[in-house]
Design a protein around this ligand. Structure first.
Ligand SMILES: Cc1cc2nc3c(=O)[nH]c(=O)nc-3n(C[C@H](O)[C@H](O)[C@H](O)COP(=O)(O)O)c2cc1C
Length: 200
């Protein structure tokens, strides 16, 4: 049996959501619980192609067991037409067995996203990611306004979860405010995972 961990599961094409995931993982580890970073393969219209089992670089692909055994979950996706990316949705659509067994019931979860524009659908994307997690019985957590950057940010950061504004060319680096909110979200999620574990 492995040590308890919080799973940080994300998809990222250009790296912004990956950077956010890494900072959320740092926040989780600050709370005293391990963070496990995992990603999902891209999906392709070319359905006979399949990705190698181990990616050439970066985080490993998430297994069903990674998700089933987590003490909490941070789920991150780029904003794609105001919704989560198909690759992440495809992975989630394959989790019926965990829904049937109730493996995720009562575990805390939070969501994060990166988009090109400030009003381009970050919050709808965050909510789109919450929906399947609610079906799984997870306890959704956001970011409280005691994180004062939520009141002053002119870029990313919402009470629904951490966000990043990547700009028209998707190259704008994740700024200090956005990173601070990522770490705060991770720390809060880790603390809740530890508390909820003690109660079960
Ligand atoms: C198919 C597609 C749809 C997108 N839809 C939106 C959108 O609705 N709103 C927005 O602001 N950005 C949109 N973007 C831009 C991405 O959200 C943005 O580049 C994001 O930062 C990418 O994250 P990543 O670096 O983790 O891949 C879209 C990009 C693609 C490829």
């Amino acid at each position: 049996m492995s040590r308890p961990y919080v799973l940080v599961l994300y998809y990222s094409s250009h790296g912004a959501t990956r950077t956010m995931a890494q900072h959320i993982a740092r926040g989780i580890e600050q709370s005293g619980i391990e963070a496990r970073l995992r990603t999902v393969p891209a999906v392709s219209a070319n359905s006979e192609a399949s990705a190698p089992a181990v990616p050439e670089q970066g985080a490993l692909y998430c297994s069903e067991q990674d998700l089933a055994n987590c003490a909490g979950l941070a789920l991150g996706s780029p904003t794609r037409f105001g919704n989560m990316a198909a690759a992440l949705k495809y992975f989630i659509d394959g989790t019926s067995a965990l829904w049937l067994s109730g493996a995720l019931i009562g575990k805390p979860a939070s969501v994060f996203s990166s988009s090109s524009s400030l009003h381009g659908g970050q919050e709808t994307t965050l909510i789109s990611m919450m929906l399947p997690l609610l079906h799984h019985g997870m306890v959704i957590t956001g970011l409280p306004y005691s994180e004062s950057e939520l009141l002053s940010t002119t870029t990313g950061g919402t009470p629904y979860g951490a966000t990043h504004v990547a700009g028209n060319d998707s190259r704008r680096p994740v700024d200090d405010t956005e990173l601070k909110l990522c770490r705060a979200q991770g720390k809060r999620l880790g603390e809740l995972a530890i508390k909820l574990q003690k109660e079960t």
